[in-house]
Design a protein around this ligand. Structure first.
Ligand code: HEC
Ligand code: HEC
Length: 350
């Protein structure tokens, strides 16, 4: 069955999808991976989670000394009080706080991503972590220098010895930060509780929105599976905005023409915390995002065949938005014993 045919089957069977997704029908119906609560996180065998490593990763994540001017930390752009983003359309980084071309995505549930970055140029969190440190537009530091700086801080030297049995290394920095990021998991949203049998966890409007999401509005075509992403790349025609005239997205990685202007389908969990939206922060509100989809997306020669006008009523647009609000979960606190370090002082809650 080809993709178009598959889609027709899905729409024709929207009701059946609903039954399958809700678990009322135990049958096997291999359409889009259903939207369901998150499964336990799979941790790579070469970087097991330990309390001491997570604590070290947390210190590194909040430490501006990882940057060239000792000013910018990961949390500058992935700030816990801003939904682990920065609340800006596009990041500000580098020594002169220049505006970059892309929106800082949240790191909430990024441990579930098959690809990191809007264009998927990294896959593992370990691989990703050293990128921003070295990028001239972000933290603008060399790995040699950061390793040298941290090695002379007694707290770090001691912690690396304890966790990795070595002095500070770039590999250790990457592993510790990745271990910390694997604790930033948000779950137990109204949607999750509804799916687990609490019929009152979502409002009637959100429930209607969920049906639209899986049916008439076709969002599930791309935002599917427990983290609301197919881990694929699509061009939905988001207009250019900001310093980059034309962002080719996934094409920069694959050099495949079909990938021009395609970006990773982002998670929709905790989406109310991470405005503005899209790879360049083009849309300030969820309402505008839904209106954009309602009109069939933007204009692009290379636009996905899955984008077309949806003919949603005003009430339906509102219901879809309500459903997305119900995806706001809470940090699943994983308690580990903290190992005090000499430096630095950290925010109390993290
Ligand atoms: C100056 C702002 C800035 C800083 C500092 C920064 N990031 Fe980012 N981060 C971004 C932007 C912008 C992107 C998206 C870039 C792209 O897709 O090309 C991103 C992407 C990511 C992603 C991928 C998320 C996803 O869903 O694709 C992760 C994970 C991440 N950053 C973690 C970190 C870590 C860890 C640090 C510190 C070592 C860090 N970032 C420092 C701005 C920043
Ligand atoms: C053809 C695949 C596809 C379909 C269908 C689709 N999306 Fe998306 N969605 C994406 C991609 C890809 C992006 C990121 C695009 C970009 O930044 O250029 C995105 C971005 C978003 C964002 C912004 C997320 C963020 O963190 O910035 C929201 C919200 C969203 N979609 C909701 C929806 C809703 C609601 C529907 C159904 C009406 C829908 N999507 C249908 C692929 C899709």
């Amino acid at each position: 069955m080809d993709a178009g045919c598959l889609k027709k089957a899905v729409l024709g069977c929207a009701v059946l999808v609903l039954l399958v997704v809700q678990g009322a029908n135990g049958g096997d119906f291999p359409l889009y991976p259903p939207i369901v609560p998150l499964p336990p996180l799979v941790v790579p065998a070469n970087n097991p989670q330990t309390a001491a490593k997570i604590e070290l990763g947390k210190q590194l994540y909040f430490d501006p000394r990882l940057s060239g001017n000792n000013w910018i930390s990961c949390a500058t752009c992935h700030n816990p009080v801003l939904g682990f983003g920065d609340g800006l359309p596009r990041m500000l980084g580098g020594p002169t706080s220049r505006e970059g071309g892309r929106h800082s995505p949240t790191i909430i549930n990024c441990a579930y991503n098959e690809f990191q970055f809007w264009d998927g140029r990294a896959s593992s969190l370990e691989e990703q972590a050293l990128g921003p440190i070295q990028s001239p537009n972000e933290m603008n530091e060399t790995l040699d220098n950061v390793v040298r700086k941290l090695n002379v801080i007694p707290g770090y030297a001691k912690a690396f010895k304890e966790v990795f049995g070595t002095p500070v290394t770039a590999d250790g920095i990457a592993k510790a930060i990745a271990a910390f990021e694997r604790t930033i998991v948000f779950a137990n949203s109204p949607f999750d509780r509804y799916m687990q049998g609490d019929a009152r966890a979502m409002s009637e409007s959100a429930i209607r929105g969920m049906e639209l999401f899986m049916g008439k509005a076709e969002c599930i075509v791309c935002h599917n599976g427990p983290n609301f992403t197919d881990n694929q790349f699509h061009n939905i025609g988001v207009p250019a905005d900001g310093p980059i005239k034309e962002d080719l997205g996934r094409y920069n990685v694959t050099k495949n023409n079909a990938d021009k202007g395609a970006f990773k389908t982002p998670t929709l969990r905790n989406i109310t915390d991470t405005a503005p939206y899209m790879h360049n922060g083009f849309f300030p509100t969820l309402f505008e995002v839904v209106q954009f989809y309602n009109g069939g997306g933007g204009r692009s020669e290379n636009k996905s065949a899955d984008m077309h006008a949806l003919h949603l009523s005003t009430q339906e647009v509102e219901d879809l938005t309500e459903f997305m609000k119900a995806l706001k979960g809470e940090l699943v606190q994983i308690k580990y014993e903290a190992i005090p370090l000499a430096y630095p002082n950290l925010p109390k809650d993290f």
